[in-house]
Write a protein that binds this ligand. Structure first.
Ligand SMILES: [Zn+2]
Length: 147
């Protein structure tokens, strides 16, 4: 399947960390194994702003939905999911957006399903890639040529 998110799951619930399934939480929890006090200092993203000037686009890389941090000099990326189209960077913590989530653009649900279905026909995970400028028919054409 196309990986959509990392799941910190029950561990995060025990640690009483909000938004347990957000990828940045997994980073914090990994650090908390060595230093439990980090949970008190962990960043809490601020609400998504309806008029956010920042919109980031998701893409598929090696069978994972990914969002690159848009902020200059950060170079971080996070796993993403169409079920929760918000971005919070574990690297810069969206400092340029004053800590607010950024909206993530995904294709519509029908297109996500079609993209994932075509990519899953590819047996090699590293070849399951999609960028927003590509159409489903482009992926199908690649499959027909190469599979
Ligand atoms: Zn960042």
């Amino acid at each position: 399947m196309i990986e959509r998110t990392e799941n910190a799951g029950a561990y995060a619930e025990l640690a009483d960390v909000e938004l347990a399934e957000r990828p940045h939480v997994r980073v914090v929890l990994a650090q908390a194994r060595d230093d439990p006090t980090i949970l008190d200092r962990a960043p809490r993203p601020k609400a998504l702003l309806a008029d956010s000037p920042f919109v980031v686009a998701a893409y598929v890389n090696h069978s994972r939905w990914i969002v690159d941090c848009p902020f200059e000099g950060c170079h971080s990326a996070q796993l993403a999911t169409p079920e929760d189209p918000r971005f919070f960077c574990a690297g810069c913590r969206n400092a340029e957006a004053e800590g607010h989530y950024l909206p993530v653009s995904f294709p519509n649900a029908k297109a996500v399903a079609a993209i994932e279905a075509v990519l899953l026909e590819r047996p090699v995970v590293e070849t399951r890639n999609w960028f927003p400028h590509e159409k489903v028919r482009d992926l199908q054409h690649e499959n027909a040529e190469r599979l």
